[in-house]
Design a protein around this ligand. Structure first.
Ligand code: CUA
Length: 158
């Protein structure tokens, strides 16, 4: 079979790209352990206030985990608990959040923390706060008449 020179180049380029992509994907998934966020953690939305860790919202130092702190948030129409939280600069924080009523958003402006909070499910994300300053937490899922007032604040301090 005769292949034109350009066909050969494109075949090599195409197969080469495929191998590169599969390698990147394989290293990311199996070596670095990256995976899509799971929705396996569930909770009874009516018992949020009495279910750990949501019975004590706020920042907690943890030992022996991949992250230094756990930051627990409870969302409900139309506020977040806690309403404000201080985090030391450089802290690796696992944000754990859920909602007591309808779907809310959880976006920390200026970072790539952006989760949807669904009733019955627990949303989690690990983030390292490397910049000092104030970060607004916003609800970016329309949840009712008070949606635009639904905010909280993270203050990253030295
Ligand atoms: Cu909560 Cu919009």
């Amino acid at each position: 079979m005769h292949l034109h020179k350009f066909e050969k180049i494109w075949l090599i380029f195409g197969i080469g790209s495929l191998l590169v992509f599969l390698t990147v994907l394989g290293v990311s998934a199996f070596y670095l352990g990256n995976q899509p966020p799971s929705c396996l953690a569930t909770i009874d939305p009516e018992k949020v206030d009495t279910t750990a860790p949501f019975n004590e919202p706020g920042l907690k130092k943890v030992e022996g985990k991949e992250w230094d702190y756990e930051l627990v948030f409870v969302a409900s129409a139309f506020n977040y608990t806690p309403g404000e939280v201080q985090i030391p600069k450089g802290a690796k924080v696992k944000v754990i959040a859920t909602t007591k009523d309808v779907i809310h958003g959880f976006e920390v402006a200026g970072t790539n923390v952006n989760m949807m909070l669904e009733p019955g499910y627990i949303s989690e994300l690990v983030y390292t706060f490397n910049k000092t300053g104030e970060f607004l937490i916003l609800c970016n899922e329309y949840c009712g008449v008070g949606h635009h007032m639904m905010t909280s604040k993270i203050e990253v301090v030295e």
